[in-house]
Design a protein. Structure first.
Length: 624
């Protein structure tokens, strides 16, 4: 019976080698994009690809500890699509704070506010009504004049809101310290495959934004410092000369410069007298965030991210003195920017600055990070590295985090592990990765955990969303790296990023780009890892040894094409490891026969997955 079983496996391998290439499932809306040639099955943007954009001029007035914020903005929105737009959809994310808003989790009284209240709305100089009473996180507004392809509309909006007492991704961190995010009415994404993004924000999934230009003016009382996405345009107008010079010096310094210390905060002579308006500017960026405080230390240094051009990037930290880990945060940021720029993904950090703020969100924004404080320095550095990694995914490319969380969280998790090997050594990095990212998924054997990664993340519950978006997706990317080798993996990844920098890629653009750039048909791999309800579980089916070799039949119970090591332990006590890449499963989805030449007597065999944890490790061992 055993001989017949092996013969059948060999026959299936031979027949598999003559089968047609695997086709990926493509949803109907994406098929339309291929028909319209806005996207292509080479993974490149199609010849008719387009995306809309806007210019925002935002003015904010704050007076902490008063939590009322007033804002005004001028928006010039351009319709680059081939379609006439009769309405605009606005994102009003802070309306998630309103009583009665739909949420995926509990909310305390301190979380509740009245959301964004629109005081006036003007379209091309025509004043229009806007009733905020029943607004959710989306608001569709009918245009007075339909917006034709290639035309722009000018919008003027005045609004106000209350900063939430409960701080998370945004809110009041301390009495006089606020972190502002999603604080302005913005035009939602209108794209080539889905049209308007009307996804409700439920408080868990993240965001989908266009690439826009921003000018931001933030008016605050004296002694208050402002940190923001963008470049500070008027440091000498808002800072006393001593502090403006420290900031300027930090732009060329590898060493940390303590711009504002607790002693400086006590003396209250940091800023110019009276109300100060801090002016910021950022171009071709997906969002902006702001921090304001008269209680926070301010550190800064800089790091060369592009050795060819010798381009430096500012690294800054804003924090309360009690948060001891943040005293080292500029060094953590310095290391992360250097490593990501020169190793993986190996693309120079694309912005001029990165600011790490001590908050409560563990959340990323373009040029900004809002992180908790942690007693464990390794954990503090780990969180900072993960959030900075998001610069590339989703900000370098504007992926739809709401629907395809694995396109940003999965990659940030991958980069976090790769830099973690540098920081902690491989053994510790692997153990941490397994415990923090994988164990909860692989040991929880319920049907929800087997939902395919490609399932839109906006319809997933908390634990399944996290597992699909973070660990499971990252394991697939790392298996791809293992399978292609470092050089080809990096070439394909960088090529994909170059194609879609400043654009809106979707999963099929990634899958097809890697196929195209690597020169390999990997649809079998994508299908089994991202489209099927698989998990990692291999077992030793049988072992047979003769004088010159040992044959090990391995069954892929879970279906995931994960790599693993075969560890042989010989009668003389010596061992040998043979690595098996994911490619062994290309033509043998269920069972594979491994032939290893050896004249030594084998006493034990173990299948070891490392970060690719096995659901039932007890059947991964054999003893004679």
């Amino acid at each position: 019976m055993r001989k017949s079983f092996i013969t059948a496996c060999v026959a299936s391998l031979v027949m598999g080698s003559f089968s047609f290439a695997q086709e990926l499932y493509v949803p109907r809306d994406v098929k339309k994009a291929y028909e319209n040639e806005t996207r292509s099955k080479s993974g490149k943007p199609g010849k008719n690809y387009w995306q809309n954009s806007a210019k925002y001029k935002i003015n904010l007035q704050l007076d902490p500890p008063n939590r009322q914020v007033t804002g005004s903005e001028e928006i010039t929105y351009t319709n680059n699509s081939p379609n006439t737009l009769s309405s605009l959809n606005f994102k009003l994310i802070l309306n998630n704070h309103k009583p009665g808003a739909a949420r995926l989790g509990m909310a305390s009284d301190d979380y509740m506010t009245n959301g964004i209240q629109i005081d006036s709305y003007v379209e091309n100089r025509i004043k229009k009504g806007w009733n905020s009473k029943h607004d959710g996180t989306n608001k569709m507004i009918k245009l007075e004049t339909p917006l034709q392809p290639g035309e722009s509309v000018h919008l003027s909006i005045n609004w106000h809101f209350e900063v939430s007492k409960q701080s998370g991704r945004e809110g009041a961190i301390l009495e006089n310290t606020f972190f502002l995010a999603y604080f302005y009415p913005r035009v939602a994404v209108y794209d080539d495959y889905m049209g308007w993004d009307t996804m409700t924000f439920f408080g868990m999934q993240e965001f989908y934004n266009d690439f826009n230009d921003y000018e931001i003016n933030v008016s605050v009382p004296e002694d208050f410092i402002v940190w923001s996405t963008g470049d500070l345009l008027n440091a000498e107008e808002v800072l006393q000369k001593k502090y403006a010079k420290k900031l300027e010096k930090s732009m060329q310094s590898d060493e940390v410069i303590r711009i504002v210390t607790p002693e400086d905060l006590t003396e209250k002579e940091i800023t110019k007298a009276g109300t100060n308006t801090w002016k910021w500017k950022a171009k071709n960026i997906t969002d902006v965030a702001i921090a304001v405080s008269n209680e926070y230390n301010w550190d800064a240094a800089s790091v060369v991210v592009d050795s060819t051009a010798n381009r430096r990037v500012s690294v800054q930290a804003a924090y309360d003195d009690e948060s001891k880990d943040f005293h080292e945060m500029v060094n953590y940021g310095h290391h992360a920017l250097n490593w990501f720029s020169h190793h993986y993904p190996g693309i120079p950090y694309p912005y001029s600055k990165s600011t790490l703020v001590r908050g409560h969100g563990d959340m990323e924004y373009p040029m900004m990070v809002n992180d908790n404080s942690h007693e464990d320095p390794d954990l503090a550095r780990f969180v900072a590295e993960h959030e900075i990694a998001h610069t590339y995914f989703p900000f370098y490319m504007g992926t739809n985090e709401t629907r395809f969380g694995f396109m940003d969280e999965g990659w940030a998790t991958t980069l976090e592990h790769l830099i973690g090997i540098e920081d902690l050594g491989k053994e510790k990095a692997v153990e941490d990765f397994k415990n923090f990212r994988i164990k909860r998924w692989i040991t929880d054997d319920n049907m929800e955990q087997d939902v395919p990664i490609i399932t839109p993340s906006n319809i997933l519950s908390g634990p399944v969303y996290r597992n699909n978006s973070y660990g499971k997706a990252a394991l697939g990317y790392l298996a791809l790296k293992d399978m292609l080798g470092d050089d080809l993996f990096k070439k394909a990844l960088q090529g994909y990023m170059d194609r879609w920098h400043g654009k809106h890629p979707i999963p099929w653009d990634f899958f097809y780009s890697i196929n195209d750039l690597s020169g390999k048909d990997l649809n079998w791999f994508w299908d089994r890892w991202y489209f099927k309800p698989n998990y990692i579980d291999v077992k030793i089916e049988s072992v047979q040894q003769d004088n010159n070799s040992v044959e090990i039949v391995v069954n892929n119970v879970g279906g995931m094409p994960a790599p693993f090591d075969v560890k042989l332990t010989f009668a003389d006590g010596s061992t040998k490891n043979i690595h098996q890449k994911s490619t062994i499963w290309k033509n043998a989805e269920d069972t594979f026969s491994i032939q290893i030449e050896t004249a030594k007597e084998v006493k034990a065999i173990d299948l070891e997955g490392g970060i690719w944890m096995d659901a039932t490790p007890e059947n991964n061992s054999w003893k004679k």
